[in-house]
Design a protein around this ligand. Structure first.
Ligand code: SF4
Length: 243
């Protein structure tokens, strides 16, 4: 990972989004850098070169939320990977002080931070990515780095989330060259009994981390629905996004 700021910064601010928290209108905040380098990532600039992006002062975010609290339900903190920052809990506390809901997006690579946030009940919703079936070879292939401790951390995070009383979802971006029906079934089996599992269709839009993924065509939506039927036999709810 390139040198990153020790303090959490915001490098992207979408004032209103209907896509980042099912059923809610949220403001979405992007933190820079990530411990993974998923080849299909479409946030290349945020992950690799966030120094080129303007840092949004907290005051700007705070003013917007205060002035629009009537209809903005909450804030989605995403990245990059927000959990790489030690001051994430303090940042969340500042948002919560505004009396607004908070959703955290994470790749599950930092179970100690996640546990801290869960124990303090700091967030109202957690969305955790599961990038591949939970075996080392598949996982490392999907996250683009060679760090063998990652898988154990991801498994710990899944356990923490499923054992918590915070609302949550797991989600997989389904990429044709990386995932097939069997893989989705393996993931669903691993999270058997989970409240919600979202299958997100791959999209080559945005700043791809690996330009060759620009040419990958997403699965036909019917294949996603087939995967949904398979996963639904293991989890309480499985949804399909994108298409
Ligand atoms: S897709 Fe992968 S590399 Fe991109 S932000 Fe998410 S976890 Fe990080």
């Amino acid at each position: 990972m390139k040198r990153q700021p020790s303090k959490l910064q915001i490098k992207g601010f979408i004032q209103n989004s209907l896509l980042d928290w099912d059923g809610k209108i949220v403001s979405t905040l992007y933190t820079p850098y990530c411990n993974f380098k998923c080849p299909f990532c479409h946030n290349g600039e945020i992950v690799l070169n966030p120094q080129k992006l303007e840092t949004i002062p907290f005051r700007v975010i705070e003013d917007y939320l205060k002035n629009n609290k009537k209809w903005v339900d909450g804030v989605c903190i995403t990245g990059g990977e927000p959990c790489i920052y030690k001051d994430l809990p303090q940042f969340i506390a500042k948002i919560k002080k505004l009396g607004i809901l908070v959703k955290l997006d994470t790749n599950g690579g930092f179970p100690i931070m996640l546990k801290d946030i869960i124990v303090k009940k700091q967030v109202d919703y957690i969305a955790m990515d599961i990038k591949a079936p939970l075996d080392l070879a598949s996982y490392l292939q999907s996250i683009g780095i060679k760090n063998e401790t990652v898988l154990e951390n991801v498994k710990k995070s899944i356990k923490l989330i499923m054992g918590s009383d915070i609302d949550y979802e797991f989600r997989t971006t389904v990429v044709p060259s990386l995932h097939n029906e069997k893989d989705i079934e393996e993931i669903a089996k691993f999270i058997k009994g989970a409240k919600k599992y979202a299958l997100q269709n791959f999209s080559a839009q945005g700043e791809m981390l690996y330009p060759k993924f620009k040419d990958v065509k997403p699965y036909h939506i019917e294949i996603l629905h087939r995967m949904q039927r398979i996963a639904s036999t293991y989890v309480k709810e499985c949804v399909v996004r994108g298409g």
